[in-house]
Design a protein around this ligand. Structure first.
Ligand code: NAD
Length: 266
């Protein structure tokens, strides 16, 4: 199938490099004919993002730090100039928490300052982007954010990110309810562990990979192409009846309650 995204335009927030989950989604929708704009955080990442954007035919590459509302507003002002008739989709793949707090017990590790910062960057920035995007979205629009199963179940060292992802998943449902009457859909992909810059911030991430590989029904971790394929579905008209959902792309890991007996020693 080709041309699934022909005539659709979308903003991708959160590419840091070619290992980013957002890049997996961007590639998948660009391969199906979507026209893309990208944001990047800071000049160093900009140098990586610009050639990637060019490789999918985009020269709309805009700086954005979501902690700075003026910078977020600037993104949408630039989009207004380039895409005056609006656009069709938004991908928010942004997360941050202080690395030293993604270690040890949540109860000991977490400070008020980093809790608030983590919430603003990893959760509320999706709402702030959605507020701005919704005003410019054409009917049939789709918004997508990225979450992780540490929101629902305890994952060692994920700590405050678990709270932020739980709040993000709740935001998806509230935003879906608010925007549904305008025929705009809002969903999240809950991805299994992927080796990215953000993923490397979590202590013992290697153990998480090994554990998923050994115990998930598919006996492997997921790739950014796996997430890209599901992202394409959720951003395209194929998922026109789907909103407010948290869609797991995790080799089935979230469905198990106990590792397979063969892998256990008594
Ligand atoms: P990544 O490091 O490639 O992407 C994270 C992005 O967040 C980067 O582009 C970074 O610039 C951006 N960001 C952080 N703070 C920002 C700020 N203040 N302003 C603007 N941008 C900011 O890592 P990734 O794993 O691709 O992460 C993308 C999303 O996927 C995140 O929400 C992450 O929590 C989520 N996720 C990751 C995994 C995983 O295992 N890697 C699993 C499930 C969900």
């Amino acid at each position: 199938m080709t041309g699934l995204m022909k005539g659709k335009r979308g903003l991708i927030m959160g590419v840091a490099n070619n290992h980013s989950i957002a890049w997996g989604i961007a590639k998948a929708v660009a391969d199906q004919g979507a026209e893309l704009a990208f944001t990047y955080q800071g000049d160093a990442l900009g140098r990586r993002v610009k050639p990637l954007a060019e490789s999918v035919g985009s020269n709309l590459v805009i700086p954005c730090d979501v902690e700075d509302l003026a910078s977020l507003d600037g993104v949408f002002e630039q989009l207004d100039a380039a895409w005056s008739e609006g656009f069709d989709f938004l991908v928010h793949a942004i997360g941050y928490s202080a690395k030293e707090e993604l270690k040890g017990r949540y109860i000991d590790a977490t400070t008020r300052e980093n809790f608030s910062r983590t919430m603003v960057i990893s959760c509320f920035s999706f709402t702030e982007a959605a507020q701005r995007a919704a005003k410019r979205m054409r009917p049939g629009g789709s918004m997508l954010t990225l979450t992780y199963g540490g929101s629902m179940r305890v994952m060692p060292n994920y700590n405050v990110m678990g709270m932020a992802k739980a709040a993000l998943e709740s935001s998806v449902r509230y935003l879906a309810s608010d925007l549904g009457p305008e025929n705009i859909r809002v969903n999240a992909i809950s991805a299994g562990p992927v080796r990215t810059l953000a993923g490397a911030g979590i202590t013992d991430a290697r153990l998480m990979f090994a554990y998923q590989k050994a115990h998930a029904p598919l006996r492997r971790t997921v790739t950014i192409e796996d997430v890209g394929g599901s992202g394409l579905y959720l951003l395209s008209d194929l998922s026109n009846g789907v909103t407010g959902e948290i869609h797991y792309v995790d080799s089935g890991y979230n469905t198990i309650s106990m590792p397979s007996p063969g892998s256990l020693k008594e």
